[in-house]
Ligand binder design. Structure first.
Ligand SMILES: Cc1cc2nc3c(=O)[nH]c(=O)nc-3n(C[C@H](O)[C@H](O)[C@H](O)COP(=O)(O)O)c2cc1C
Length: 200
């Protein structure tokens, strides 16, 4: 039987981290974690999820692809920032590219396809946490680059929701302060609601 109390505590304990080391999920475990992504709500069974796993010796080559995309799309960035991105993509234990296959002309609005992909990414982050791994979801303007997309099996209007950096969290970090739910929820009682979060 599922212990709902501990399942909820588990969800409330997830936090992003980029302090990641080996090991990374492999084989059946990796596939089970990514399968959690495919459990996301998906209006019209669009199945937009396209996960590409980058690891081991291929990280360096992929970091070079990212760097070239940055040169094309974000050439204004300071060299130090470009170098930092290159370093992260070549050294993170595992990278999962979050591809979104888009069907532009159809019954299901594109934003709903994007939301299904985003919901999948969140499920993957929670599944990683459930298996003792950690990660962080990152993006960048470079991720619209056509050649980068092609490397990831994506053809526009397909796009990327970003990347998950994945690994085993190094050490235990104190969680950052989380917002107070009272400011982010309302009980509707027949009149327009207001949110504490909207008040400065
Ligand atoms: C679509 C998306 C893109 C993000 N891109 C970045 C990013 O490029 N760099 C970054 O440091 N955090 C990025 N974040 C935020 C982190 O993934 C993470 O949520 C944040 O560090 C707060 O950590 P938490 O998940 O523990 O609240 C992004 C989040 C989302 C949903």
């Amino acid at each position: 039987m599922i212990n709902h109390q501990s399942s909820l505590e588990f969800l409330l304990s997830r936090a992003s981290t980029d302090q990641l080391v080996d090991p990374v999920p492999q084989g059946k475990q990796l596939r089970a974690i990514l399968s959690a992504g495919l459990r996301a709500p998906d209006h019209g069974k669009m199945r937009p999820w396209r996960y590409t796993v980058i690891q081991g010796e291929y990280r360096e080559a992929f970091a070079k692809v990212v760097l070239k995309a940055i040169e094309r799309e974000e050439s204004h960035l300071p060299e130090a920032k470009k170098e930092k991105r290159y370093h992260r993509f070549s050294t993170m234990p595992m990278i999962i590219a979050l591809g979104i296959h888009i069907v532009p002309e159809g019954k299901i609005p594109v934003v709903e396809q994007e939301m299904a992909a985003a919901a999948g990414a969140m499920n993957v982050l929670n599944a990683l946490h459930a298996e003792g791994f950690g990660g962080i979801w990152v993006t960048g303007a470079f991720s619209t680059d056509t050649e980068l997309l092609e490397m990831l099996g994506l053809k526009k209007p397909d796009c990327l929701a970003g990347f998950l950096f994945v690994g085993t969290p190094e050490g235990s970090k104190e969680d950052r302060k989380r917002p107070d739910i009272e400011k982010y929820m309302a009980l509707w009682e027949g009149k327009p609601v207001s949110f504490g979060a909207n008040v400065d």
